[in-house]
Design a protein around this ligand. Structure first.
Ligand code: FCB
Length: 473
């Protein structure tokens, strides 16, 4: 591992505005980094891990742009100690990661794999020893392949298997987890996995996709009920990808399409989770493709949430034209082709606050891919620093607007397996040389390290001053 010895490098990267920004966050605000199991662990066939739908999907010719897979990824499974030290060296006080279901229950039903649980046990203990809070996600897309063979998420029984898995993880790790999220981005699982077919399991049916989305939400509600019945100590919630939907033009067609997309991506999930109903306009649009919903399902889905995680990368431009006109006029984009649009984060958070009675929120993912290169031991990723700074500022604006935001997680700690894009897209604040598994802190990591330290120091000073004042009264 390469940790730069120049402790002032990060401070030099901060820039004059960073001090003021750092001072805008409350005491106890969580500054973290995030990964997910299949994207970083590797060791896909070790210690009894079963195949997941992503192992199978990656074997399909053409499914992954560079023909790669998560087979080795960042070898985090063998390097977790080193990676925990890396997180500690950044001064981040939280790590969001996911459990690979097929590692702890290879067939998705029946026997537990003790060696799989040993890994997560060591990971969680290692984090706690270094003062890093473990934020655990149960499902970040790697369904045990055996369950897919029985219909996967299109089969209602998969929700029951998920609850058994969730309860077992909670029994073993719930006392030490800072939070447990059921699902990561159910929209992506349902739509990219079952309608667009660009993600595992690669199906192409709107009807199946919507049934899947219902079963994912149902499994979330059922899991929360089960975990609470067992008095799981960890706060429980879910993580959604959300982006404000903007119409590409003011034409009535584009405005109507944008409203529908808002329904399909935001209200479908938020209305179900927080109001216990699916939006009527979306149900009408779906017609025959609307999911089968059994009596009582929506009451199960609407469980109290201890927190809601939001993953934000860009806004969603929507319209009927192809290509969408406004995308063509020289907007700043990342290496994913995603527009850099920090104001969308503030807009989204204020809108959610206006429309729903929200639990505490976390930004559970935010970050950007750029074409990074190591030159003389250094990765100069000025654009990523700018991206992070601007999105952190957008969060501060939402805080000023009264949004109950509790923390922020950079996606990602490490460059990793970016799903259908393989290893070509680098989201890490730490560069990974996949041939040697050498990690190099990018400038953005040094920036984040310095920024978190400043934010914490500023919040400490503010809270001790407030404390002093209240005592003086
Ligand atoms: C999110 C995923 C995460 C990562 C980022 C770039 O949709 O949750 O695993 O791929 O996008």
């Amino acid at each position: 591992m390469l940790i730069r010895s120049d402790r002032h490098a990060g401070n030099r990267l901060l820039g004059p505005e960073a001090g003021a920004l750092a001072g805008r966050f409350p005491h106890g605000f969580v500054w973290g980094v995030a990964t997910s199991a299949y994207q970083v662990e590797g060791a896909a066939h070790e210690d009894g891990r079963g195949d997941s739908i992503w192992d199978e999907f990656c074997r399909r010719p053409g499914a992954i742009k560079d023909g790669s897979s998560g087979e080795h990824a960042c070898d985090h499974y063998h390097r977790s100690d080193e990676d925990i030290s890396l997180i500690a060296s950044l001064g981040a006080n939280a790590y969001r990661f996911s459990i690979a279901w097929p590692r702890v229950q290879p067939l998705g039903a029946g026997a537990w794999n003790e060696r799989g649980f040993d890994f997560y046990d060591r990971l969680v203990d290692g984090l706690l020893e270094r003062g890093i809070a473990p934020y655990l996600t149960l499902y970040h897309w790697d369904l045990p392949l055996a369950l897919q063979e029985g219909g996967g998420w299109a089969n209602r029984e998969t929700a029951e298997r998920f609850v058994e898995y969730a309860a077992e993880v909670a029994r073993r790790l719930g006392d030490r987890a800072a939070a447990i999220a059921t699902h990561n981005e159910p929209w992506v699982v349902a739509i990219l996995g079952h309608e667009a077919g660009t993600f595992a399991p690669g199906l192409k049916s709107q009807k199946v996709a919507m049934q899947v989305s219902h079963h994912l939400l149902l499994s979330h509600g059922m899991a929360l009920q089960a975990l609470r019945a067992e008095r799981c100590a960890a706060p429980l919630g879910i993580v959604l990808n959300q982006a404000p939907v903007h119409a590409a033009t003011d034409s009535p067609e584009d405005l109507a399409r944008a409203r529908l997309d808002d329904g399909l991506t935001i209200r479908w999930y938020m209305d179900a989770l927080l109001h216990g109903r699916y939006p009527q306009d979306v149900l009408e649009f779906l017609g025959e493709d609307a999911p089968q919903v059994a009596a009582g399902d929506l009451d199960i889905i609407r469980q109290p949430l201890d927190f809601l995680g939001i993953n934000y990368y860009t806004r969603n431009l929507s319209g009927t034209g192809t290509p969408l006109a406004p995308l063509d006029n020289g907007r700043e984009v990342t290496d994913m082709g995603w527009e850099v649009f920090p104001g969308g984060l503030t807009e989204l958070l204020l809108r959610l606050q206006a429309d729903y009675r929200l639990p505490p929120l976390y930004i559970t993912e935010n970050g950007a891919a750029y074409r990074d290169r190591v030159v003389d031991g250094r990765v100069v990723d000025v654009e990523r620093i700018r991206y992070l700074h601007r999105h952190i500022a957008a969060m501060a604006d939402a805080l000023d607007g009264g949004v109950d935001l509790r923390g922020y997680f950079v996606w990602s700690l490490l460059d990793n397996f970016e799903w259908a894009d393989g290893y070509a897209k680098r989201f890490g604040i730490v560069f990974v040389d996949y041939a040697t598994q050498r990690r190099t802190l990018k400038d953005s990591a040094l920036w984040y390290q310095a920024f978190c330290a400043q934010a914490r120091a500023a919040a400490d000073i503010a809270s001790s001053t407030a404390h002093g004042r209240s005592h003086g009264r």
